[in-house]
Write a protein that binds this ligand. Sequence first.
Ligand code: DAH
Length: 348
Amino acid sequence: MLKDELQSLLTSVKEHLAEITDADQLRQYEFDILGRKGRFTNLARKISAAPASERPALGQLINTTKQELEQVFQTVKESFAARSTADLEPSLDVTLPGVHSAQGHLHLVTRAIEEIEKIFLPLGFSRMSYREIEWDHYAFESLNMPKDHPARDEWETFFISEKEVGKYGRVLLTPHTSSGQVREMEKRKKRGEGVRMVNIAKCYRRQIDISHLPMFHQFEGLAVDTTVTMRQLIGTIQHFVTHFFGEGRKARLRPYHFRFTEPSFEIDVTCGICLGRSCAYCKDGWSEIGGAGMVHPNVLKAGGYDPKQYTGFAFGFGVERSYMMKNNLNIGDLRLLYSNDIRFLEQF
Ligand code: DAH
């Protein structure tokens, strides 16, 4: 009976569909059943052989069977489509630890500058950043180093212009932050104030080796007032050494000569690389970080202060040199700081 055949076709299609696993197989099977010569199509044609009285009911059954077959094929097709997009999406495991994106940090020298600034601000020093391109007048002349004075040789200077401009002289790349001294004094004197500043800036000299760079940073302290003493200078240096290098590190003042201070010293700290034992960097267990002294009367005068009423202290230290002397940092060559090698910088 056609009716039974249609029913069993529907049942067997449903069973077989459950076994189909890929889309190609499915397409082929649908063609075998519903195609022009498919099993269902062939069965449906048999209606013409049925007695006329049964045809309307059979016709209806053929239609509903066809709809049902189409429906089951459609359902399976949709489940295949959903599965294939699911395969493309990465599965999300919320229990896995997150992936951290790489995070950079400030350059060691920038960090050192921030740290130095923080040490001096509470003592009432204002943070200044005087210029890199400077007049001869501020870098040398006003600091008691007249033109052609041999002391200038110590500052192996890059001159920018040949032309002399009145009392200002030639233009140069400042070889030290001391050139901010007279600039600051001129400014404060006009306001009728004393001076207490720390000038942190870039400096340039024609030299490069394990402990020298052609471009480096210094920080310059300057205090000018009617009651400034050498005890205050020593106390200020000690404050810096304790806060920057930590307890247990020693500093010493070694008599020296600078044209812009009298008396003058160089300041050494116990070497942070060999901790005072002596190494290739320091040679004798001490490392020089800069100079200091009581401001020379001629410099006070150049800044507009009367040396009979005012006294001052000044110091100028290398930022990179000081940073290298921190405990256990163990950077044995100053040039590494600017080699821009990410493998070096990432270690800090
Ligand atoms: N400007 C000096 C240098 O670059 C360092 C220095 C020495 C600064 C003595 C000072 C000072 O303020 O008083 O070598």
